[in-house]
Design a protein around this ligand. Structure first.
Ligand SMILES: Nc1ncnc2c1ncn2[C@@H]1O[C@H](COP(=O)(O)OP(=O)(O)O)[C@@H](O)[C@H]1O
Ligand SMILES: [Mg+2]
Length: 260
């Protein structure tokens, strides 16, 4: 098999990071989706620029987002051969090549996709390239520029070194849309605690529920009385029990109807 170009070290590495080519699932990923997940999918589906650059420090969830996007594409029925994932923080041997991004792209075109990227796109089946921690490739931006200028495909890049990403980004003007990803937002932390996907605009009793220390102490665990998580679910404040007014009939606080 040594002389077969469809095998060899590059093939071994890529088959390992893209198990879906062989009909196997990728690693299990958390079900919780960060705020930008839907935005990123929208850009992937219909963004004007062919590339998305997701920039953020380490450990903010960039790789998990990539894996969630890949799972979503596979669940939609996108052919596994159209999806490539390369984690450049891991693969030192790959990074030592002169043009690793272009090498990988050419290999996939020939040995996995089975036709040029442009032919696949013209047939309505564009390839999706996910290049994780791309700043680890010394000359990443000229390679990505070449790829995007000469091939119709969708590329998602992640990068965590602000300096090395910034250095390459200028030459990609108009070719990539940059999405910044920071640490978890308060509503994401609350969502993780409660299991609910909180909307960006809070209505009803959500503010009040999050101000209640009980929510943070007991979210997700059985609680006596009316747990604050129930308030998130119903959109009603923890204090929404009838309040006795000294002058008139009882009123309720935070009793707007829940969001549908
Ligand atoms: N959506 C998520 N839900 C739950 N945990 C997450 C999520 N995203 C990231 N994490 C946690 O954070 C860790 C770092 O995420 P990762 O995607 O590897 O970050 P990055 O690629 O930005 O360095 C993961 O191992 C996981 O434990
Ligand atoms: Mg990562």
């Amino acid at each position: 098999m040594g002389s077969d170009p469809s095998e060899g070290p590059l093939a071994t590495v890529l088959r390992g990071t893209n198990p879906w080519w062989a009909g196997s699932p990728g690693p299990a990923v958390p079900t919780f989706r960060r705020w930008c997940f839907r935005h990123l999918l929208g850009l992937l589906d219909g963004g004007l620029a062919p590339g998305i650059l997701r920039r953020g420090p380490r450990r903010v969830g960039k790789t998990i987002l990539v894996r969630q996007m890949i799972d979503t594409l596979l669940a939609r029925g996108v052919a596994p051969s159209r999806i490539l994932y390369v984690p450049f923080d891991d693969l030192e041997g790959l990074r030592r090549r002169a043009d690793p991004i272009l090498d990988v792209a050419r290999w996939v075109e020939t040995h996995v996709l089975g036709r040029p990227f442009n032919a696949a796109a013209q047939a309505g089946a564009p390839a999706y390239l996910f290049l994780d921690e791309v700043q680890n490739v010394a000359n990443w931006s000229p390679q990505v520029k070449h790829l995007l200028d000469n091939h119709t495909l969708r590329a998602v890049l992640t990068g965590s070194s602000a300096l090395r990403i910034e250095a390459g980004r200028d030459s990609l003007a108009g070719r990539v849309t940059t999405v910044e990803l920071g640490p978890l937002l308060l509503r994401e932390i609350a969502g993780l605690r409660s299991g609910f996907d909180l909307p960006p605009v809070w209505e009803g009793g959500v503010h009040a529920a999050l101000r209640d220390p009980d929510f943070w102490r007991r979210a997700g665990r059985p609680a006596t009385g009316r747990p604050a998580t129930a308030c998130l679910r119903s959109g009603r404040s923890p204090s929404s029990a009838p309040i006795r007014s000294p002058t008139g009939p009882s009123t309720r606080r935070g009793s707007r109807s829940p969001r549908s």
